[in-house]
Design a protein around this ligand. Structure first.
Ligand SMILES: Cc1cc2nc3c(=O)[nH]c(=O)nc-3n(C[C@H](O)[C@H](O)[C@H](O)COP(=O)(O)O)c2cc1C
Length: 331
């Protein structure tokens, strides 16, 4: 295999692997372009939540998660890349370019995280009564810090404040007809490989301290009698509130979630509170001026005795990875 064809094959495979990444409402708002010596990540405007995410925060966080998946996939195959985020202000859809690829040793930590990519999933049932080990929380927090964001574990009073704030965000969203229509759209199209199928959505509202997202319709996922008393709630945050920091927050989310998966810790992002401007502002007060909130995370240990939800479908590789510029180059 020539050096050029092994590179383009590695880039295409990393982009395909990144398809496992989580995204808001499973919109998968990304498209990869494989070029002879680089890989570009573009946003897809059609899959942005026009009502729920007009500024593109969650779009950028989702793309950041995909970017981190691709970076890890390349490192696991022994490729080092330079990442240029938002490299061309004139090209709005271009969020990152992976360039200057060089051969290196395959990274064993990255290899383990790649294995976690196909296992990781969102489990919206209440977590078990088993506490999250302190060491695991430490590793998850470090994974976030290593990606340039921060994770604040909320204390009891802050969790109660978060619960009230999440309840308010849910009520605001439930009253908005455009948001309701958008939610109905993304919960009724799983046969297209995007959106949320009924079997990953709770059949009835789970007993949780902080209310989960109201998907506007019951799903078919049995949730059991548990109450997630032992859940840990944390706020992913950072110093800035712009596209670059949202993208980095997505990379941190991916790093944290893959690390959590490796450690047997379940993660559920809660984003309604950052979608509604008023509740986002309240979260800022919870952070007491130390940063801007990007996402709330619920962490816990899933009940090992109960089968979890199935995997949420994904778009086919050729729908998200464009290899037309290197066709004939790939091995
Ligand atoms: C930025 C972002 C926001 C999300 N917000 C929520 C949320 O508010 N509630 C929820 O239950 N899941 C949320 N999720 C999880 C997605 O719905 C989930 O990742 C997607 O459906 C794909 O499923 P999977 O994680 O099981 O692969 C969010 C994910 C991301 C990346």
């Amino acid at each position: 295999m020539s050096q050029e064809s092994s590179l383009t094959t590695a880039l295409a495979e990393a982009a395909a692997t990144a398809g496992h990444a989580p995204s808001v409402h499973n919109t998968q708002p990304w498209r990869w372009r494989v070029l002879p010596d680089s890989l570009e990540l573009h946003t897809v405007a059609d899959r942005q939540l026009a009502a729920g995410d007009p500024e593109g925060r969650l779009l950028a966080v989702s793309c950041g998660a995909a970017l981190h998946h691709a970076r890890v996939a390349l490192a696991a195959e022994g490729w080092r890349a330079v990442v240029r985020r938002l490299p061309d202000p004139g090209e709005e859809s271009l969020v990152a370019r992976l360039t200057d690829l060089t051969r290196t040793e395959a990274d064993p930590d990255a290899m383990r995280l790649v294995q976690c990519m196909s296992v990781r999933h969102t489990d919206r049932r209440p977590v078990s009564d088993e506490p999250v080990p302190t060491d695991s929380m430490g590793e998850i927090t470090r994974a976030v810090t290593d990606e340039g964001s921060r994770l604040q574990i909320l204390d009891r009073d802050q969790v109660l404040e978060l619960a009230a704030t999440a309840g308010h965000a849910g009520a605001v969203e439930a009253e908005d007809p455009e948001l309701r229509a958008e939610m109905a759209y993304w919960t009724s199209r799983a046969d297209t490989g995007t959106g949320l199928p009924a079997d990953v959505l709770p059949a009835e509202p789970p007993q949780t301290t902080v209310p989960g997202r109201d998907f506007g319709r019951p799903g078919s996922l049995p949730i059991g009698p548990g109450h997630d008393r032992m859940a840990v709630y944390a706020l992913l945050h950072g110093d800035e509130d712009d596209r670059d920091s949202w993208l980095r927050a997505g990379e941190a989310l991916s790093a944290a979630w893959l690390t959590a998966t490796r450690l047997g810790v379940s993660v559920v992002p809660l984003s309604a509170v950052v979608e509604v401007p008023g509740t986002r502002q309240t979260l800022r007060q919870v952070l007491a001026g130390i940063g801007f909130p990007y996402l709330v995370l619920r962490l816990g240990i899933a009940d090992p005795a109960q089968a979890g939800p199935p995997h949420t479908p994904r778009l086919a590789g050729e729908q998200v990875v464009d290899t037309s510029a290197v066709r004939g180059n790939q091995a």
